[in-house]
Structures are given as C-alpha cells and as structure tokens.
Write a protein that binds this ligand. Structure first.
Ligand SMILES: C[S@@+](CC[C@H](N)C(=O)[O-])C[C@H]1O[C@@H](n2cnc3c(N)ncnc32)[C@H](O)[C@@H]1O
Length: 244
C-alpha cells in the first residue's frame, strides 16, 4: 500500500489490523471469534519447528499473539515482531509484559525491513499478506528472502484459495471488508508463486483449515542454501568458460 504525498514522493502506508484504527481495540476478540486462532497459530508454530537459539521474525505481528506464543513455547529462541502500526505494537508490548516473555517489537514496514541481510532462521506471518497490495506483497517477499539466512524458512498462515463454494462465499466478507484488490492473490492461491518469484524455493501449500471467514491456508518456502545458490549462479555446462 502506498499513498502520494507532497513533492510527488510515495510514502508507504498500511491497512490497519481491522481496516479502521478505531476498531483496533476489538481486534483480538474478532480474530479469536472468526479465524480458529488457537488451532491455526498452533499449527503454524508446529510447522515452523523453531529450535532454541533460532532467530525468528514475525512480519505484520499485530498485537503480538503469535510472537508471544512462540516465545512461551521456545524460550531459547530470539523472537522479534515487526508491524507498521504503533498502536498495535503498544498492545503487543503490554501483552508480552503480562505474559512475562521477552519479544522484540519493532515498528517498520515489511517492504523495507530494518534488519541486515541473513539475520533470521525463520520468518513467520499470520493473517498478514492479505493486507498488502500486489506490489507490496512482492517487495515484502524480496525483503523476507533478503533477511533470511541461507536455508532459512518462511512459514505463513493466511486466507488461501477457497476449498469450496461455502468457503468462497464466507471469504467474500473478508474481501469486502479489507478490499478485493489486496485479497486477489490470496483468493487465487497465488502466494507460493509470489514466494518463488521473490527468491525462495520449495514453496508449497501445506495445510488448509475451514474457518468462519473462509479457507485459511498454511504455506512454507525456503531460502536456497549457500550450496544451492552457488550452483544456480555458476555458469551452466553449456556456457561455462573453458580454461586454457
Ligand atoms: C490482520 S493483522 C494480523 C496480526 C497478527 N499477525 C495476527 O495474526 O493476529 C495485519 C497486521 O499487518 C500490519 N501491516 C499491514 N501492512 C503492513 C506493512 N506493509 N508492514 C508492516 N505491517 C503491516 C497491520 O498493522 C496489522 O497489524
């Protein structure tokens, strides 16, 4: 998402957790009631299989529910949550303090992640990609690929291609609320394609979950390992220079 401002530059903007900032205080209640939150976030954490010592980034962390659950489950991991909205981050900080866990909470945009290259073993995100325009989705995947270590993994839970007509009808509520444009790639089940286009490999749909607002999909993808990258950047046998 981006909006023009004075001078013709384009400043990044974001779609707040429940579209309008005034609704942020009820975000946790709504997500709990409509997304089978416990099950979907538990399955995402199971899939991510984080180990002590791993550095993990939750992109679009919102009020911190996933990052806090991960910090409780794996206290030896270094967990950072990033979100563009200072109001949800304030809520996340309060929740982390109540839970007694140490989670780094950083304000920033997914399209320009404020972290060095190869900083994280895992990047997670939940209910986040359907908030981004097509361009922002692509920039975000490129950034995720940049900050993942070689061999690092991306694990995503978000609305996917509806599994049947009922799920398609229910998903129309989310699409009308958040926008048909930002949800279009999700509705096509196109996130794995975007992950590969952004430099990741082995992108796949791993699980689907029927929810009151449509099919929630779990995806995974990997950053190529150093060995794979070296192989793919080496000239192929047909073009390799012949040494004298
Ligand atoms: C629907 S909420 C999901 C929150 C949380 N991951 C969860 O599962 O409960 C989406 C979040 O993405 C954030 N967001 C939207 N666009 C963003 C961007 N470009 N960069 C960072 N955060 C963004 C919003 O502020 C919001 O908190």
């Amino acid at each position: 998402m981006a909006e023009p401002h004075q001078g013709g530059e384009v400043a990044p903007s974001y779609l707040p957790a429940l579209r309008w900032k005034a609704l942020t205080p009820v975000f946790d209640l709504v997500v709990r009631a409509t997304t089978r939150e416990r099950t979907s976030k538990r399955r995402l954490l199971d899939q991510a299989n984080v180990s002590p010592g791993d550095r993990v980034l939750d992109v679009g962390a919102g009020t911190g529910t996933l990052a806090i659950a991960l910090a409780k489950r794996c206290p030896g991991a270094g967990v950072t949550g990033l979100d563009a909205d200072p109001a949800v981050l304030a809520r996340a900080r309060r929740k982390a303090a109540v839970a007694g866990v140490d989670v780094g909470l950083v304000e920033g945009f997914s399209t320009a992640l404020p972290f060095p290259d190869a900083s994280f073993d895992r990047v997670l995100s939940s209910l986040f990609f359907h908030h981004l325009s097509g361009t922002a989705k692509r920039q975000t995947v490129t950034e995720i690929s940049r900050v993942l270590k070689p061999g690092g993994e991306l694990h995503v839970a978000d609305y996917g291609r509806p599994a049947n007509g009922l799920m398609a009808a229910l998903f129309l509520v989310v699409r009308a609320f958040d926008g048909y444009d930002v949800t279009a790639d999700n509705a096509r089940g196109a996130l794995p394609e975007l992950f590969v286009d952004g430099g990741l490999e082995r992108a796949e749909l791993s699980q689907q979950l029927a929810t009151p607002l449509g099919t929630l999909a779990l995806y995974r993808a990997c950053k190529p390992s150093a060995a794979t990258s070296a192989l793919s950047s080496a000239p192929s046998s047909s073009t390799r220079a012949i040494q004298p």
